[in-house]
Design a protein around this ligand. Structure first.
Ligand SMILES: Cc1cc2nc3c(=O)[nH]c(=O)nc-3n(C[C@H](O)[C@H](O)[C@H](O)COP(=O)(O)OP(=O)(O)OC[C@H]3O[C@@H](n4cnc5c(N)ncnc54)[C@H](O)[C@@H]3O)c2cc1C
Length: 597
């Protein structure tokens, strides 16, 4: 039996984007939030470093500078109208969060504290600017808790541990979703006037990643299977500082506080790759520099890691060399106590997972798969757009890391994702509720849950011998080595073949658990199916793009090619093959320039 619920707006995902959408939608529409995790376990809670906004609390700053930095950071692939919209809304968004009770760190005068982050600059001097608002190194945790409290206050209906498996479309419009209740294995239909996907990213496709286990790209995969395209999937960000082997993130805030990257020969190598901003260059630039250092044998002890050094004596040494000052003009000098106060969680992680104390020892790091720039194409109101002309799909929305607005283009600047969630989550919520007010519920087909039920039954009854984990490991390794920081045609074509072979093996996956209650065996297998679909789209989009731009660095096409490739990729899954088409980038104020670091 299928349980049927009816809500005007159904939001899939309870991270920053989903909760922000819920807060605004629930003001005027009957709203439900479905989440496969308990809301406060969403990956937003892991965000450490901060949320960007040109408040100018500590030094001069302007939303226009933020816009320019984000356009440049995106390697000119971001849509400039959307970026400008986000950066202008940023300031109000931060004060909104403050008024909701978010405990930001403060300056001695009691204003919201800000710190520098990679790629954020004073546009006149080119020097790093303090733009990241933070709550110690637990910014995302605080955002998530604050928004969840507000949603409870607004009496949003939460369905926790409900995993959405399908989208229901009726006459070319969204009409609901199909979900499985994890505790019982029962299927539920959520009949809706508007559906918002806020399901986060898909970093689990790669071997070393900073992303949570739940980052399996469910929303994007569902939309893809329902015949809609995904945008710019070849662009996936590697963060330079993951803990060696584990991938757990060490926030860029460490470098914001003066930490530096050091190679096996004791050199601060970023001054050769980005002489102006050095260790605060954008993430794609630093990840590539690290790869080159390691490839050329300058990893620590000949291994595939480097050091991130935030010991006070090292921070002070390089602050002196760089002539870094505090906002009042005095030389920047730090102490162990200050580092402990500003980066408590990071220090704890390193002590627990590595047995390394960052106050007295350098931290071994390597680039880690971190952020999904591409995703479900939307406009700035969160409406999903499904073709080259940006035609909106009625009633269907996406926001947060699952969506591609596109404000991050080929490479996201740190602190711009939390901002993206808050700004576009809000607008998706407002727009969806407004849309819902103007339309009636559509009649649902009697068999709306059948495709899911049949697929689940088929999976549970397979007789093959293949194991989910083995297929997942093979996919992750192939993607990490060939569709990672550096790429070549040969490597990517090999991966496409590998993924197709893995998809074939996947059809014979054997499930040990055939029960109903919390069948994580089944759901892990289901999620692997999502990741395999997305991996193929990513590799196919990447091999077609014959240039290097942002996070997409090709060894066989090393230059950015604006003549042929200043355009967004749209990828459809059609009869087992990937079809690619392209749409223009919106350029308003800033003509593409060469990036100077
Ligand atoms: C370690 C780390 C640190 C970061 N630090 C920063 C930072 O300092 N600043 C910054 O700007 N960005 C940072 N980012 C990026 C940023 O945190 C994320 O991009 C952002 O939080 C994503 O939010 P979201 O709301 O889109 O998704 P999430 O917060 O991940 O929420 C996704 C939600 O979707 C639900 N869901 C997924 N699939 C399904 C399904 N099938 N059915 C039902 N529910 C489903 C999940 O349960 C979850 O509630 C960081 C990311 C990581 C991994």
């Amino acid at each position: 039996m299928t349980n049927i619920h009816q809500f005007e707006v159904v939001i899939v995902g309870a991270g920053g984007a989903g909760l922000m959408a819920a807060m605004f939608a629930s003001r005027t529409a009957k709203t439900a939030v479905l989440s496969k995790l308990h809301p406060t376990r969403s990956h937003t809670g892991a965000a450490q470093g901060g949320i960007g906004a040109a408040l100018g609390n500590l030094e001069e700053d302007h939303p226009d500078w933020h816009t320019y930095d984000s356009v440049k950071g995106s390697d000119y692939l971001g849509d400039q109208d959307a970026i400008e919209f986000m950066c202008n809304e940023a300031v109000e968004a931060i004060y909104d969060l403050e008024h909701m009770g978010l405990p930001f760190s403060r300056t001695p005068e009691g204003r919201i504290a800000q710190r520098p982050f990679g790629g954020h600059t004073n546009n006149v001097t080119g020097k790093p600017v303090m733009r990241s608002c933070y709550a110690a190194d637990r910014t995302g945790h605080m955002i998530l808790q604050t928004l969840y409290q507000q949603c409870l206050r607004n009496q949003v209906n939460f369905f926790d541990e409900f995993q959405v498996l399908d989208l229901i479309l009726v006459k070319g419009a969204a009409a609901g979703v199909v979900a499985v209740e994890l505790a019982t294995g029962e299927l539920h239909i959520f009949h809706a006037k508007a559906v918002i996907f806020a399901t986060g990213g898909h970093g689990r496709i790669w071997e070393i990643t900073s992303n949570a286990y739940a980052y399996t790209g469910d929303g994007a995969a569902i939309v893809l299977r329902r015949g809609l395209p995904l945008e710019d999937m070849e662009f996936f960000q590697f963060h330079p500082t993951g803990i060696y082997k584990f991938g757990i993130l060490i926030t860029e805030g460490v470098r914001g506080e003066g930490g530096v990257l050091i190679n096996g020969e004791g050199q601060r190598f970023m001054e050769h790759y980005a002489p102006h901003v050095k260790d605060l260059a954008s993430r794609d630039v630093i990840s590539r520099a690290m790869y080159i250092e390691m490839r050329e044998g300058r990893g620590v002890n000949g291994k595939r890691y480097l050091y991130l050094d935030v010991r006070p004596e090292i921070v002070n040494k390089y602050a002196e060399i760089d002539g870094r000052t505090r906002p009042d003009g005095t030389p920047y000098r730090t102490t162990a106590q200050e580092i402990l106060t500003k980066l408590p969680d990071i220090i704890e992680f390193c002590r627990v997972y590595l047995g390394v104390d960052p106050v007295t020892q350098p931290i071994p790091v390597q680039p880690t798969a971190h952020y999904t720039m591409g995703g479900i194409p939307t406009n700035q109101y969160g409406q999903v757009v499904y073709d080259e002309k940006n035609s909106p799909m009625p009633g269907l929305y996406a926001a947060g890391e699952a969506a591609c607005v596109s404000v991050h283009g080929a490479n996201r600047l740190g602190t711009n994702s939390l901002l993206d969630l808050v700004v576009f989550g809000k607008h998706a919520g407002i727009h969806a509720a407004r849309y819902a007010r103007g339309v009636a519920f559509q009649d649902l087909p009697a068999d709306a849950a059948d495709p899911v039920r049949q697929r689940l039954d088929e999976m549970l009854n397979r007789t093959g011998k293949e194991k989910t984990a083995a297929i997942a490991d093979a996919m992750k390794a192939a993607m990490f080595h060939h569709v990672g920081v550096f790429r070549t045609e040969e490597g990517m074509k090999e991966v496409i073949e590998d993924i197709r072979a893995l998809k074939e093996r996947y059809r014979h996956v054997h499930l040990d658990d055939r029960g109903k209650i919390f069948n994580t065996d089944l759901l892990n297998a289901w999620e692997l199916g999502n990741m395999l679909d997305l991996a193929e789209v990513i590799a196919a989009s990447a091999v077609a793009r014959q240039e290097s731009r942002g996070a997409h660095a090709r060894q066989d096409f090393t230059k950015r090619d604006d003549v042929n490739w200043l355009k967004h990729t749209l990828a459809w899954q059609k009869e087992g093959a990937i079809e690619l088409r392209y749409k223009p980038v919106v350029i308003t104020k800033f003509q593409p320039k060469e990036r100077v670091y």
